[in-house]
Design a protein around this ligand. Structure first.
Ligand SMILES: N[C@@H](CCC(=O)N[C@@H](CS)C(=O)NCC(=O)O)C(=O)O
Length: 267
């Protein structure tokens, strides 16, 4: 089994947490979307949307995050036995869908200083054009990707987009806060895939320095956040890249790559 993913990608984090929590072994391929590695023809042919994560098991390829998570659960039941692992209940699936419906893209980009955002966006446009020149047979899909970059830039000029994203996030967190009044985890007293879905969202809030507004103001979530950060899966998938000083190392590496390549015009 192969997973194409990146530590920056929230959906990749969800899938990697699922793999770790279920103890499933896999071959990991890191594809950094900020340096445009998802535009490389080898990956782009496999997945012309260029989005992460992509999960492959033989000829079976899955792109949708919830589908991947459920597939991994079925593998876990098959290999570990149904007495050790169970498939997600309807309640868990509903939480997963509710959390997955919130798209972190604009929320994240809005909270990144314009200088960084603009440099990365311009760099990605150049990368797409360079890859398109190398593989003209993929021009149609590369053009769609370019349109997407321009559309993203446009939407970032619209304050309503941020407002809606913030409201949707706050609504989900309010509901989570109420639920955590009754149980330790999101769907009861056992850790489930609903929690796997939520953890990367909380980690993203912290990464963007918005902990006060979204987490500390909700005491049950604040307590829950302290608890889930103790899990080995969290440490491996998120903590290793983003806890404390590590986040500067992780982000600086990508930023330097983009700056140097932009200066040398090497896309
Ligand atoms: N297929 C995913 C969506 C994946 C997605 O939006 N991935 C983002 C990162 S979390 C991405 O790869 N962005 C890079 C790009 O769009 O070029 C789903 O379950 O809906």
């Amino acid at each position: 089994m192969q997973l194409y993913h990146h530590p920056y990608s929230l959906d990749s984090q969800k899938v990697r947490l699922t793999l770790e929590e279920n103890g499933i072994d896999y071959t990991s391929y890191r594809v950094n979307p900020i340096t445009g590695k998802n535009m490389e023809p080898s990956f782009f042919r496999l997945n012309p949307s260029a989005k992460l994560p992509v999960f492959q098991n033989g000829s079976h390829i899955i792109f949708d995050t919830i589908d991947i998570m459920q597939y991994i659960e079925r593998i876990a039941v098959f290999t570990l036995g149904s007495e050790n692992v169970t498939l997600s209940s309807q309640e868990v699936i509903e939480w997963m869908q509710r959390i997955q419906a919130w798209d972190p893209k604009y929320f994240t980009l809005f909270h990144i200083p314009e200088k960084y955002r603009f440099t990365v966006s311009k760099f990605i446009r150049r990368v797409v054009i360079a890859r398109m020149a190398e593989s003209p047979d993929l021009a149609g899909s590369y053009h769609l990707k370019l349109d997407e970059v321009y559309e993203t830039e446009d939407k970032l000029r619209d304050p309503d987009v941020l407002k809606q994203s913030k409201e949707q996030l706050a609504e989900i967190l309010d509901e989570v806060e109420r639920k955590l009044n009754e149980s330790t985890y999101l769907a009861g007293d056992e850790f489930t895939m609903a929690d796997v879905m939520l953890i990367p969202v909380l980690a993203r809030i912290v990464l963007l320095d918005l902990e006060e507004e979204y987490i500390c103001s909700r005491p049950n979530i604040a307590e829950y956040w302290n608890l889930v950060q103790q899990r080995p899966s969290y440490k491996k998938v998120i903590g290793n890249y983003f806890s404390g000083w590590r986040k500067y190392k992780t982000l600086l590496k990508t930023w330097c790559f983009v700056r140097v390549r932009s200066m040398l015009k090497r896309y």
